[in-house]
Design a protein around this ligand. Structure first.
Ligand SMILES: *Cc1c(COP(=O)(O)O)cnc(C)c1O
Length: 225
């Protein structure tokens, strides 16, 4: 199967409210260009240097999403162009993004990554840490970031019930924050809080059933890595 037909197959069955991020990490620019020529404009990368290199080489109407774990000292390399940072999991990181966004004279969109998997290895905030972050005075002062929603990764397992439980958990956290927002208990940086980034090649259909609005698909488009 070609990249274009893979892409078209996935898009053909995608509800209108779900955004497709084409995860192109480790893939060469000509592969990305195939997807680009077929109309894809949102690409996801998990290494800042690789994303910056591809950004330099490729058309400027691409929206670059950072989906990987972000080291604070590398934020400056993507601040001038990144479109959405999915993996924000600490106040310290958010402060650095805010600072670098200000330097670039931008407002940078972010998702807060929530730890929903059983595995210890996956990054993300737990519910208490999320609350702490949202209620902190430092957070309320930030002017150069926007929190568009939440991101999560399910446990790597064949067990569909387990995955469903984790996605449903993320959706319930999302709903509770939206309720707070509706009650005007959130900072204005959260006015556009509406995105749930969950679902990858192996589990995106289930993720959509559980309320995902943004899926991150790599191998089903570009082949194995
Ligand atoms: C690699 C990656 C994906 C895409 O995974 P596939 O299984 O290839 O679709 C999605 N999200 C994150 C955070 C990733 O690192």
């Amino acid at each position: 199967m070609s990249i274009v037909s893979n892409l078209n197959t996935i898009k053909a069955n995608l509800p209108e409210h779900v955004t497709l991020v084409a995860v192109s990490k480790t893939k060469p620019v000509p592969d990305l260009m195939e997807a680009y020529e077929a109309g894809q404009r949102i690409f996801g990368e998990n290494k800042i240097q690789e994303m910056a290199d591809k950004y330099e080489e490729m058309p400027k109407d691409i929206q670059w999403h950072m989906i990987g774990h972000v080291q604070t000292n590398k934020v400056k390399f993507m601040a001038p162009f990144v479109s959405l940072i999915h993996g924000v999991d600490s106040l310290k990181l958010l402060q650095e993004i805010n600072k670098q966004a200000l330097k670039s004279n931008r407002i940078i969109d972010c998702l807060l990554q929530i730890h929903i998997a059983e595995e210890e290895t996956k990054f993300g905030l737990d519910e208490n840490e999320l609350d702490e972050l949202l209620l902190s005075s430092e957070f309320k002062k930030m002017k150069n970031i926007r929190i568009l929603g939440l991101m999560g990764m399910a446990t790597f397992t064949e067990n569909q019930n387990q995955i469903k439980k984790e996605f449903t958990h993320l959706k319930s956290i999302f709903d509770s924050i939206q309720q707070r927002k509706d009650a005007q208990q959130c900072a204005s940086t959260m006015d556009d809080f509406s995105t749930i980034s969950m679902g990858m090649s192996g589990d995106y259909q289930l993720a959509i059933e559980c309320g995902s609005t943004m899926i991150r698909i790599g191998s089903s488009i570009f082949g194995g890595r």
